[in-house]
Design a protein around this ligand. Structure first.
Ligand code: ADP
Ligand code: ZN
Length: 601
């Protein structure tokens, strides 16, 4: 039974250790549920505030909470973050010496450590040697979707976690994840053998993330766009996701030639190289990581201001999780997705080799629909996660500049007729070359310069054609034969357009005025006083972080610094009131920060 004053106690801990004034929606219900001994499943988007849901109960209980996390490399930061707030936590993993590990375990058994992190495989190992009864209050399973084969990120090492409940039935388990459709959700409960769990599903909307999709970009356009983002946020960081290692390397090269501090992260690197990249990113030594999808899980760096998908992700779950890594502090962040039919072709290729073709093809289709959406993207996205948004968001590209449509029947007929005259044997590039009357050798040698439509679309630039052809594919007038080297075929609907039976409306190609020159971080000095103070506070934070050997955001998040700018605290008492300043950090840091602020004023 929960103690009647549990709510008060929890709130006091929230202020004391984290410096926050109120719980977010759901957090308290989750805390109460697990404190009453009930298994609990928590679904919240990245940045929603899951950690506090198990950390506060850990401190409310007498014993220790075991936290299962998939990535050993991040445990160190998670533990440092807790320690920085004065919370006794430790991790057991293969990266530490066995003596340290045994020490941590002993301390935890004696009740001196409130949160003990370990990987699933480590837990399985320890379960054979250690009796968890008596001193463990709760198990918290992070990234719980990894246990389900239905999910998009199945990890075999999670499969054994059902043993927790089977062997230690009385100890409550809290499973937490940022992504799970209904099927996966039920599967998590089943795989973990949760007993009649309390399920909390929060809204997945992240209104502070702007959404933007740019169709058919060229390589240089992508690089220029990313360069401008970095320029806009010189002190913050961003992530570029690509589908292939080669793609990640190539963007990384483009950006470092322009003088930006960037690095790569992909499966082709050694574990040490990957850890190094992750560390550089967390510590702010690089501004950008160019990564394949393998990057980012569990990174709770708060000042990621932008995410770019250089290629289309394989499904909306991955996409949403990846963009969710931006703006975890709740402040505005920008996300952009570049997509082209080449990506669809690549992804379809992956799917054809995968085990679950049907489901994955369907998911890819929904991803494409999102990219091509003529209505508010957030509405499309949330509806995919079964959530209805009853208004337009005004923070996506469709809301901000709705596409202009025109009667594109003539353009469509040109393209369709060229496909047929070329015997339905050509791909997109050749089609555009024919339409534009290119004199490239391959085209001439195949005799395509002799067909009637050769050069009829000369007045429309290449990128514009690519955009229109994409739309025709999406509209179902053209099919891509993935099994025949991606040749284009005219569908029944396409034939009707050709005959003039139906008209087609196309979205006017949006010219991008983005090819402006940009070079590496020319830092403009902040003009208004608030910005200047913010920037000085950041420098102080960086100094302290370097001295203590921890990432800057573990000293204070940007949001906390912003609150300092707003409140300009001069005394210890005033400093304590800043959001994100708990007891430990107040004692430790009030002096340097208030001194800086008083000098500034
Ligand atoms: P998740 O694990 O769900 O991705 P986190 O637990 O890392 O999210 O929380 C995201 C951010 O929100 C963190 O900076 C965290 O300190 C902050 N946060 C969580 N709960 C609260 C709260 N009640 N009030 C203010 N900030 C909060
Ligand atoms: Zn919108």
């Amino acid at each position: 039974m929960p103690k009647p004053d549990i709510e008060l106690q929890a709130k006091a801990l929230l202020k004391r250790f984290y410096g926050y004034h109120d719980f977010r929606k759901g957090q308290l219900d989750i805390i109460k549920s697990v404190m009453s001994g009930r298994d609990t499943l928590v679904l919240m988007p990245t940045g929603g505030g899951k950690s506090i849901c198990y950390q506060i109960p850990a401190m409310l209980g007498e014993g220790c909470t075991i936290v299962i996390s998939p990535l050993i490399s991040l445990m160190k930061d998670q533990v440092s973050g807790l320690n920085a707030n004065g919370i006794p936590a430790a991790a057991i993993n293969s990266g530490f010496s066995e003596i340290d590990n045994q020490n941590a375990l002993r301390e935890a058994m004696r009740g001196r450590i409130k949160l003990l992190y370990m990987s699933p495989e480590r837990l399985m190992f320890e379960m054979e040697h250690v009796d968890f009864r008596g001193w463990v209050d709760m198990f918290a399973v992070n990234e719980a979707h990894c246990i389900s084969q239905w999910g998009h990120d199945f990890r075999p090492e999670y499969a054994g976690l059902g043993l927790i409940k089977q062997r230690l039935g009385k100890i409550p388990v809290m499973a937490l994840t940022a992504t799970a459709d209904k099927l996966t959700r039920d599967d998590i409960s089943r795989q973990l053998s949760l007993a009649d769990p309390f399920v909390y599903i929060s809204s997945f909307d992240r209104p502070n993330l702007s959404l933007k999709v740019i169709p058919s970009p060229t390589k240089s356009k992508k690089a220029a766009y990313i360069a401008r983002l970095i320029d806009r946020y010189p002190d913050d960081s961003g992530i570029v996701y690509t589908l292939s290692r080669k793609g990640a390397e190539s963007i990384n090269a483009e950006l470092s030639i322009r003088g930006y501090k960037t690095t790569v992260y992909h499966a082709g690197l050694s574990a040490a190289e990957r850890d190094r990249a992750q560390e550089q990113f967390i510590n702010g030594e690089v501004q950008v990581v160019c990564a394949t999808v393998a990057f980012g899980m569990g990174i709770d760096k708060s000042n990621i201001r932008w995410v770019v998908h250089s290629n289309m992700p394989r499904n909306l779950e991955s996409y949403y999780q990846e963009i969710g890594r931006a703006g975890r502090d709740g402040m505005k962040a920008e996300t952009t997705l570049f997509y082209s039919y080449a990506d669809v072709v690549t992804l379809q290729g992956f799917i054809n080799e995968s085990g679950q073709q049907e489901i994955n093809s369907e998911k890819l289709k929904r991803m494409v629909e999102y990219c091509e959406s003529p209505v508010c993207r957030r509405r499309v996205l949330l509806s995919y996660f079964n959530e209805i948004l009853d208004h337009d968001c005004h923070n996506c590209d469709v809301c901000l500049s709705p596409p202009e449509r025109f009667d594109g029947t003539m353009e469509a007929q040109m393209a369709l007729s060229a496909i047929i005259r070329a015997g339905e044997k050509i791909g997109i590039q050749m089609l555009i070359d024919i339409l534009r009357g290119s004199a490239r050798a391959e085209l001439i040698s195949l005799g395509y310069d002799k067909i009637k439509t050769y050069g009829v679309g000369r007045m429309i630039p290449y990128p514009e054609w690519r955009d229109y052809i994409s739309q025709l594919i999406q509209l179902g007038a053209i099919d891509i034969a993935y099994d025949q080297s991606n040749r284009l075929k005219v569908t029944g609907y396409g034939h009707r357009i050709l005959k003039g039976d139906v008209n087609v409306m196309l979205a006017r190609h949006q010219k991008d005025h983005s090819e402006k020159k940009s070079g590496a971080a020319k830092k403009t000095s902040p003009v208004n006083p608030a910005e200047r103070l913010f920037s000085e506070l950041k420098s102080l934070r960086k100094e302290i972080a370097t001295r203590e050997g921890i990432p800057p955001y573990l000293v204070f998040t940007d949001k906390t610094l912003m609150d300092m700018v707003r409140r300009r605290p001069l005394t210890m008492n005033e400093f304590m009131r800043v959001e994100g300043v708990g007891e430990r950090k107040c004692v430790k840091y009030w002096s340097p920060f208030t001194t800086l602020i008083s000098k500034f004023i």
